[in-house]
Design a protein around this ligand. Structure first.
Ligand code: NAP
Length: 292
């Protein structure tokens, strides 16, 4: 069992840190807003008052913060991981960030004597709470094997997808697929409601055929009930679609459907819906038809 520093105890990080503590690891958590460490403390973990304090005796440092600049700040600042963790520490970045930034951070980490894995997750808040995340891991096979106890405590489908940055590339594809599913489900619900169809019945039968999906299972009810508490915020999905479109452009990959979906997500955010769950994309799509 390891001493694990967990940086970023938000919607995803908090339940993940609790699962690691419950699995028998000694978890020292740090969150900028200190109150969010409470569930970890109640599970027997420890709350640190800085990143430096959290990581100084850690075997593993887990990071779960929103975006590329946030991970850079946590790792490279004076109070950060590189300046304060012990050489040989295994850094596992669960955040969804840019693949190119990940590769640069992994190189810095290796040069400073650390081990580094990118390990973005899919499965949402429910997946984090149920320790059932899908985890796409980039880095060396040796480091992947060394982190198996950590991954097994929070995930159900854990796959080593390639060298550093590969996890983030797979996650960008994941976010394209999820956003496209949400957009089409939203258009379908607007369409069904416009015809006065029994939408509960429609969703039930659609879920049993080829139109069925995890997105339909988890998001259709939210759209029908207009209940968009996060979950996964539109702000974060906008960030992820930016990662996808930038990486695709750099690689010469043309993704017209993805571009439209990215614009719809940007519209939802621009219209003030950024803090809603990404199923709230429904509202931006309904507004296009003059509906709500
Ligand atoms: P969240 O609830 O906003 O939590 C993010 C945490 O990071 C907060 O506790 C926040 O602290 C902290 N933080 C933010 N900026 C920071 C900084 N610059 N330095 C230090 N700490 C910082 O977000 P989340 O939903 O857990 O998402 C975290 C990551 O997981 C993102 O990359 C997201 O794309 C990915 N993800 C999310 C989901 C989901 O369903 N939510 C699913 C898969 C992947 P404060 O409390 O002080 O704000």
């Amino acid at each position: 069992m390891s001493t694990i520093a967990f940086i970023g105890l938000g919607i995803m990080g908090s339940p993940m840190a609790v699962h690691l503590q419950d699995a028998g690891h000694a978890v020292v958590g740090f969150n900028r807003t200190a109150a969010k460490a409470q569930p970890l403390v109640e599970a027997g973990g420890t709350a640190a008052s800085s990143v430096a304090e959290a990581v100084k005796a850690a075997d593993v440092v887990a990071v779960m913060v929103p975006d590329s600049p946030d991970v850079e700040g946590v790792l490279t600042g004076d109070d950060g991981v590189f300046a304060n963790a012990q050489p040989g520490t295994l850094i596992v970045d669960f955040s969804s960030i840019r693949p190119d930034v990940t590769i640069a951070l992994a190189e810095q980490a290796t040069a400073a004597g650390f081990r580094y894995l990118d390990a973005p997750v899919s499965g949402g808040e429910a997946g984090a709470k149920n320790a059932a995340l899908s985890i796409m891991v980039g880095g060396s096979a040796e480091d992947f094997a060394a982190a198996s106890d950590v991954f097994d405590a929070v995930g159900k489908t854990v796959v080593h997808v390639g060298p550093s940055g590969s996890g983030q590339t797979v996650k960008a594809a994941n976010q394209l697929i999820v956003a496209g599913n949400i957009a089409l489900l939203a258009e379908a619900v607007v369409f069904l409601e416009a015809f006065g169809v029994d939408t509960e019945a429609a969703v039930k039968v659609l879920g049993g055929g080829l139109a069925g999906s995890a997105v339909l299972d988890q998001k259709a009810e939210k759209m029908l009930g207009r209940e968009f508490a996060p979950g996964f915020r539109i702000d974060l999905h906008h960030k992820d679609l930016g990662i996808f479109t930038t990486a695709a452009r750099e690689q010469g990959v043309v993704a017209p459907v993805g571009a439209v979906v990215a614009q719809l997500m940007a519209a939802a955010r621009a219209e003030g819906d950024g803090s809603l769950d990404h199923s709230g994309l429904f509202q931006a799509i309904a507004r296009l038809s003059g509906r709500d």
